[in-house]
Design a protein around this ligand. Structure first.
Ligand code: COS
Length: 384
């Protein structure tokens, strides 16, 4: 749902201009230094990028899902590290509180998340619990008016920068499944919370992940999201339904950027006496990429509209995430191929995208998990 086309166009134009004029020129520096310059982060805050999807009453822009995916496509047109910097505040690092938090939790954290003063992060994955998220082992045992957390969370995006963590932990250690899991907001300076060293990754330099470790970490009972035990896994799944649509949109934006770069190169690069864009085998790669990007856009916007209409979009979000992220990797591969030898060289930037976008098919649920979710939803719907 688009609330005002005119207002949205202004926002999308300003994001597109910021991406083109400020972020794209900084891509190589961020990759080299593994850091986004503070000045750029300040500009991102001033533009409101940290609070795009947070409710207006808490200082965000309150974008609808349809508006959000269009904004995410624009943000996707530069190194994914920039989107990652603002991504958790707009998604997995805040949505547990937005969807299921108490009014007090919303009031306490959302305004500072929306301004970017506070960074939120999402702690689901563990050393032994990745795709099988419901098997997580971190415990949160009630002790008077506190819970005591113990366990390790792994590969946690933005954990080094975060001020709060949405943590899924088992409040009922006797239960081994999803029903024993609850969600908490844990503040960074809580005694017993520590961070591992920053992970070295294949790509996405400038976006950081690390372990988050809880050792007898005592949090007040009010940290329990929504004040209800046993619904933390459902909170996490609802957060991921939304997150998956967002990642699908970012992947589509990245594919558009790589295709634009490949097209420009194909129009400039001459071989056999003419620009390589005139060769049919190059044209086939360009055309296949364009058609797949178009299909991806249509699918994502349709799913986003359905979510705005109040439909359950678990299957559609997984379809979009699976299709868009796999498509993005195919486009990355073709873009490298069109660049030829230059595609393998760092200075042209396309090999960096090729590595960066590989993560899209893994995080917020692998392609194989999306397949499971889609097939299960098909079964559920068939059973009525
Ligand atoms: N929305 C609301 N509730 C949901 C839901 C959704 N999208 N998906 C599942 N649930 C509910 C189920 O209805 C079920 O509730 P009941 O017990 O009341 O029926 C409960 O959650 C458990 O669901 P299910 O039995 O399907 O859980 P599984 O253990 O089989 O796991 C998958 C389901 C595999 C889909 C889940 O573990 C998953 O998404 N794994 C990937 C995790 C992931 O994306 N990790 C990335 C790290 S975060 S960057």
């Amino acid at each position: 749902m688009i609330r005002s086309q005119e207002t949205l166009n202004l926002l999308l134009d300003s994001i597109a201009r910021f991406v083109r004029e400020r972020l794209v020129p900084a891509e190589a520096l961020v990759a080299e230094t593994d850091q986004i310059p503070d000045a750029l982060l300040a500009e991102m805050k001033a533009l409101g990028l940290f609070g795009l999807c947070l409710p207006e009453e808490y200082g965000g822009l309150g974008l609808t899902m349809e508006e959000e995916v269009l904004a995410a496509m624009e943000l996707g047109k530069t190194s994914p590290a920039f989107r990652s910097a603002v991504g958790s505040n707009n998604g997995i690092g805040s949505m547990g509180i937005v969807l299921d938090g108490t009014p007090g939790q919303k009031q306490k954290y959302l305004p500072r998340l929306a301004s970017g003063e506070l960074i939120g992060s999402f702690c689901l994955t563990e050393p032994e619990a990745g795709s099988d998220a419901a098997s997580l082992r971190t415990t949160a045992i009630r002790d008077g008016d506190h819970y005591v957390l113990n366990g390790t969370k792994r590969f946690i995006t933005n954990a080094p920068e975060a001020g709060i963590y949405t943590v899924m932990a088992r409040t009922d250690p006797a239960s081994k499944d999803a029903g024993g899991i609850s969600a908490f907001v844990v503040e960074r300076d809580t005694a017993g919370l520590s961070l591992g060293k920053i992970d070295r990754k294949m790509g996405q330099k400038g976006a950081h992940t690390c372990d988050v470790i809880f050792e007898n970490c005592r949090v007040p009972a009010e940290s329990l999201i929504g004040g209800r035990e046993g619904v933390g896994f459902k909170t996490a799944m609802k957060v991921l339904d939304k997150g998956r649509l967002h990642i699908a949109a970012v992947a589509t934006g990245a594919a558009e950027r790589m295709l634009a770069d490949a097209l420009r190169y194909a129009m400039e690069r001459k071989q056999f006496g003419k620009p390589i864009v005139e060769f049919e085998l190059i044209q086939a790669m360009l055309a296949d990429s364009q058609a797949e990007i178009y299909a991806s856009r249509c699918m994502i916007v349709d799913a986003a509209r359905r979510r705005d209409d109040g439909e359950r979009v678990t299957a559609e979000a997984s379809c979009a995430k699976m299709f868009a992220t796999e498509m993005c990797s195919r486009v990355a591969d073709r873009a490298v191929q069109i660049f030829g030898g230059a595609g393998y060289m760092s200075e042209y930037g396309i090999e960096r995208f090729y590595r960066d976008v590989r993560l899209f098919r893994i995080y917020e649920g692998t392609t194989q998990i999306q397949q499971i979710v889609i097939a299960r939803e098909m079964q559920r719907r068939a059973q009525g």
